[in-house]
Design a protein around this ligand. Structure first.
Ligand code: SF4
Length: 243
């Protein structure tokens, strides 16, 4: 059996276990005879371990996510917005959560803020297809409200798994929610900008969320300074000149 077979089988076992337990729950079954508490406690833990193991590729992570009901956001979304771009991108952008346009299209950063992000990526000399773009949350919060900590905790293992699968050389965190989820800090974004931080051995740059830049165009100059730093480091780490 190849490593791919093992990964596929593990993802399938997790999916089947979750589907089975969810079906039992819907039928009003509170426990599984024979191993009641073990079944309840092991399900999220084994799934989390699998996601954090770094053995799944993006397709398998999406499969494990399924039609997710792990947090209270699921009734509010039209569809899951998983991520888009190159599966082995050297640079990953992480935002906050899908908005109305993203929820409708199933793709992150496609509304006005997304168009600005695309222009920012192009200004660096890259194309959108060359990077990977995703959010901390994969479902749209109602009325685009700020994500809550329990929602971030439920969805975060999927972001971690995405980053482990892609293994980028650089990460750019867009806005405070992405920064606090990735760096586990409450330090204001303005104090973290202008230098690289460490995310599991990967250099991480912090900058403003494009939606914030649309509301505060005076900060675009600061964001461009951040992108120039990112651009320089991208060239240094990949050895590839940018257009
Ligand atoms: S935000 Fe994440 S954890 Fe919550 S329902 Fe959506 S996909 Fe699931």
């Amino acid at each position: 059996m190849t490593a791919d077979d093992v990964r596929r089988e593990a993802a399938e076992i997790v999916k089947q276990t979750r589907d089975f337990l969810e079906a039992q729950q819907q039928l009003g079954v509170d426990f599984v005879p024979g191993a009641p508490e073990v079944a309840k406690q092991d399900r999220p833990q084994s799934e989390r371990e699998l996601l954090l193991s770094g053995t799944l590729n993006l397709g398998e992570i999406r499969q494990v996510l399924g039609e997710c009901t792990r947090c209270k956001l699921h009734p509010h979304r039209t569809q899951i917005v998983f991520g888009v771009g190159h599966s082995q991108a050297d640079l990953v952008f992480v935002g906050e959560a899908p908005g109305a346009d993203e929820d409708a299209k199933g793709e992150p950063f496609v509304g006005r803020a997304g168009q600005l992000l695309t222009r920012m990526i192009e200004a660096m000399g890259l194309r959108r297809e060359e990077v990977y773009i995703c959010n901390v949350l994969k479902s749209r919060p109602p009325s685009n409200r700020t994500p809550e900590s329990d929602e971030i905790a439920s969805c975060e293992p999927f972001l971690i798994a995405q980053l482990k699968a892609i293994k980028p050389k650089l990460i750019c965190a867009l806005g405070g929610i992405a920064v606090s989820a990735l760096l586990k800090t409450k330090t204001p974004l303005s104090k973290l900008r202008g230098r690289f931080h460490d995310y599991q051995g990967i250099p991480l740059l912090v900058t403003y969320h494009p939606a914030y830049l649309l509301r505060n165009p005076n900060e675009k100059k600061s964001a461009w300074q951040d992108l120039q730093l990112l651009q320089k480091e991208y060239i240094r780490l990949t050895g590839r000149p940018l257009r």
